[in-house]
Design a protein around this ligand. Structure first.
Ligand code: ADP
Ligand code: ADP
Length: 224
């Protein structure tokens, strides 16, 4: 069944002479449980699309429905609640707090939101870090971890709330091939075992090939 569907998305940054028309009638449907790569040259609008799908920005026009909810008419408060409950994010530059441990980084967003750190949340963060192959790094500050290890902490953090959808913007962009494939393998395992849907932007053909579906963006639309 459809996890989300966008139709006829347009996104223009700026206006007048300097307007940049990035998305121009983009339509896309993601089924629950998909593991999809988002491909396209730099500047094609991959980050723009992920930001819109993540409900962090609204399109200039077009429709967006996820889990049966209309994301266009929803107000900011509703979108924040929806995002916290259903969507996880992984970025190229992981955005971890360097002086905090791996465990603290994973638990921090949830603890801040709920105003407390529950034993259940601690147990879940530990479990996720173990599954990411980081059992022996749980209590190390993330500044001391390798690039690939940091990115696996970021994946664990994105999974903390059990999101249906994880949006990853060039998650392996600054990793060597071996670390990149290890991150992709772990993402693939979560996808298979939990049914979490992943949409992963990349300009690396090998990374894209490790996903079950490839979605190509060009000229502001899905071209393949
Ligand atoms: P990609 O992720 O495929 O590299 P982006 O979505 O980052 O593409 O960018 C698409 C285009 O939109 C680029 O030309 C970029 O310069 C422009 N752009 C992105 N964000 C902004 C912004 N906040 N303001 C103005 N232009 C932007
Ligand atoms: P509020 O200001 O109501 O707390 P925000 O939109 O600032 O709402 O944040 C809600 C959640 O969305 C945060 O927990 C954060 O993880 C995520 N979030 C917000 N902005 C971004 C962003 N630019 N990149 C990634 N995640 C973001």
């Amino acid at each position: 069944s459809a996890l989300l569907e966008v139709r006829d998305l347009f996104k223009t940054y700026g206006s007048g002479e300097t307007a940049t028309r990035v998305l121009r009638g983009l339509s896309l449907r993601l089924e629950a449980g998909e593991m999809a790569a988002l491909l396209g040259p730099s500047g094609a609008g991959k980050s723009t699309l992920l930001t819109i799908l993540g409900t962090l920005m609204k399109p200039t026009s077009g429709s967006y429905e996820m889990l049966g909810v209309d994301m266009i008419s929803a107000d900011d408060r509703a979108l924040t609640d929806f995002r916290n409950a259903h969507i996880g994010f992984v970025f190229q530059f992981h955005n971890l707090l360097p002086d905090f441990t791996a465990l603290e980084n994973v638990i921090f967003p949830v603890a801040v939101r709920e105003g407390r750190e529950t034993p259940a949340a601690r147990a879940r963060s530990r479990d996720l870090l173990v599954r990411m192959g980081l059992a022996d790094r749980i209590d190390f500050p993330t500044a001391s971890l390798s690039g690939g290890q940091k990115q696996r902490v970021a994946v664990a953090r994105a999974l903390m709330n059990g999101p249906e959808l994880v949006l990853a913007d060039e998650p392996t962009g600054n990793l060597d091939r071996a670390s990149a494939m290890q991150v992709m393998d772990l993402i693939g395992e979560i996808n298979r075992k939990e049914g979490t849907t992943f949409l992963i932007s990349t300009h690396d053909e090998k990374i894209a090939a490790s996903c079950r579906r490839q979605i190509e963006v060009g000229d502001g639309m899905v071209t393949g």
